[in-house]
Design a protein around this ligand. Structure first.
Ligand code: NOJ
Length: 522
């Protein structure tokens, strides 16, 4: 199976594991995860049963935003390793049948990127400044009132008086995508990594590349012009025999979202509607229906995502009084019943993995890690914390290094001190502890991913009537997924054999917040 071309449609039904490299495994004892650590743990991922890994940005970066501030798009952050090690990783992963997807960040660079440094030095009116958005201010203030997504103004003034645009942190200047040099640069960057064997790219902030600075209102989301860019990218990826393009596209309007998945643009995009859905039967059913209605007519496979490095861990979120997710209202420290949350997260995993399309697993999700909500303020790294004037703690709570083994921190993650502290309570959640316990979250994920490979993936779904409080559907293989979201137990179907359940099944009953996979009697 290794290689890129053996099964060209592999991505349509793939299980893709997201590696947040900084926190996965540390190979050299400096407390930060790295390529050596990841390479040593590839057998774990093969055993888990994933088809691909997606790595968050691994480029040289001052880490003002966890690596989403890229200083050099053609190299590897020294703390993570070297380009030669990255090439080895890609090769070793292929040998285990695992493909590699990397993160490309086209909306903005780091302020330490050579182009931005050149622009600062070259001064107003220069060609170098044309690659970014430099403008004179209005009076003493910025060119317009746009706000940064991380809080505060989206403009920063440089010593010669001009201002530059940054939709995120000031250390992340936005590229000017009207400039042909910028377009050319990213086509070259894609080729650079495809030449090194990467199987696909995840495109950061994919919908905000094109801006209309003359608009009084903030005008950067989903301009039609962005599609031209992805058509060019698709030509490059196709020329490599079908490397894939995955968009980070947060758009509430599903018709506009679907435009990104036209046959000559991106292959897939993350399903944030499903990720954001409350743990309620009507909401989840509506989200699944909407997703399928968006994807099926255009022949694009859906994706199913429960978590990533930007949102609260499902175990914590599903244990809260409000179970939906909203980026604008992060619900920091809203009380959570973690036992309830864990039960629901297990059921949610079986639901997501049974749906048609591809599925993402964010590292630690398979261990049932909770959001860490007590990181000491002086250790908080996320720029949201500073930018919000210390009102939003941000995303570090889902980025805490993984617990691998042993009874106390650093839990086999490192021989040094982890860059964020791990809770002592994670001793029961280590890979080692869970491997020894058949009822663990890890064993559930392993079994589900194995069955999924054989029986699920891309295809169609048929809804089954099972009352208002349950979700039930059949896949073409005959596998039925049944999830009880109500307070009362529901009866299991009378025929068929149980393949896997997210919790105990008592006397033919499916308990509240539990999911089961059943193979229909034929
Ligand atoms: C989305 C990424 O997932 C997030 O972590 C990052 O902060 C922003 N894009 C800006 O690059």
């Amino acid at each position: 199976m290794p290689g890129n071309t053996s099964t060209p449609d592999w991505w349509r039904g793939a299980a893709i594991y997201q590696v947040y490299l900084r926190s996965f495994a540390d190979g050299n004892g400096d407390g930060t995860g790295d390529l050596a650590g990841l390479r040593s743990r590839l057998p774990y991922l093969a055993e888990l049963g994933v088809d691909a890994i997606w790595l968050n940005p691994w480029y040289p970066s001052p880490m003002a935003d966890g690596g989403y501030d890229v200083a050099d798009y053609r190299s590897i952050e020294p703390v993570f390793g070297t380009l030669a090690e990255a090439e080895k990783l890609i090769e070793e992963a292929h040998e285990l049948g695992i493909r590699t997807i990397i993160d490309v960040v086209p909306n903005h660079a780091s302020d330490q990127n050579a182009w931005f440094q050149e622009a600062l030095a070259a001064g107003p009116g220069s060609e170098a400044r044309e690659r970014f958005w430099f403008r004179p201010g209005v009076g003493d203030g910025p060119p317009n009132g746009w706000q940064s997504i991380f809080g505060g103004p989206a403009w920063t003034q440089v010593p010669d008086g001009e201002w530059y645009l940054h939709l995120f942190a000031p250390e992340q200047p936005d590229f000017n995508w009207n400039n042909p040099a910028v377009r050319q640069e990213f086509l070259d960057v894609l080729r650079f990594w495809f030449d090194r064997g990467v199987d696909g790219v995840r495109i950061d902030s994919a919908a905000v590349l094109v801006k209309d600075l003359d608009s009084v209102e903030e005008s950067y989301t989903d301009h039609d012009g962005v599609h031209e860019i992805y058509r060019e990218w698709r030509r490059v990826s196709d020329s490599y025999g079908g490397r894939i393009l995955i968009g980070e596209v947060w758009l509430p309007d599903q018709e506009r979202f679907a435009n990104y998945l036209r046959p000559d643009e991106l292959h897939t995009a993350f399903n944030f509607d499903f990720l954001s859905s409350a743990w309620e039967p009507a909401a989840l059913r509506a989200s699944i229906d909407l997703t399928l209605a968006t994807h099926v007519p255009i022949g694009a496979p859906a994706t199913w995502v429960l978590s990533n490095h930007d949102v609260a861990r499902p175990v914590t979120r599903y244990g809260r009084a409000v179970t939906s997710w909203d980026n604008a209202e992060r619900r920091d420290r809203m009380p959570s019943d973690l036992e309830l949350g864990r039960r629901r997260a297990r059921a949610a995993a079986l639901l997501a993995m049974a749906l048609p399309g591809s599925v993402y697993v964010y590292q630690g999700e398979e261990l049932g890690l909770n959001e860490v909500e007590d990181i000491p303020e002086e250790l908080i790294d996320d720029p949201m914390w500073e930018r919000s004037g210390h009102t939003v703690r941000g995303r570090d709570g889902c980025r805490v290094p993984l617990p691998w083994s042993g009874a106390e921190p650093p839990f086999g993650y490192s021989t040094g001190e982890p860059w964020l502290p791990q809770p002592a309570g994670w001793r029961d959640l280590t890979v080692e502890a869970q491997e020894a316990d058949e009822s663990s979250m890890l064993c559930l994920y392993r079994s589900a991913l194995r069955l999924r490979r054989e029986l699920l993936g891309d295809g169609a779904l048929t809804w089954l009537p099972y009352g208002d409080e349950a979700i039930a559907f059949r896949r073409d293989s005959g596998l039925v997924c049944l999830v009880n979201l109500g307070a009362e137990p529901v009866a299991l179907p009378e025929t068929g054999s149980v393949l896997l359940a997210s919790g105990p099944l008592d006397g033919g009953l499916l308990q509240s917040d539990t999911a089961v996979w059943i193979m229909e009697a034929r």
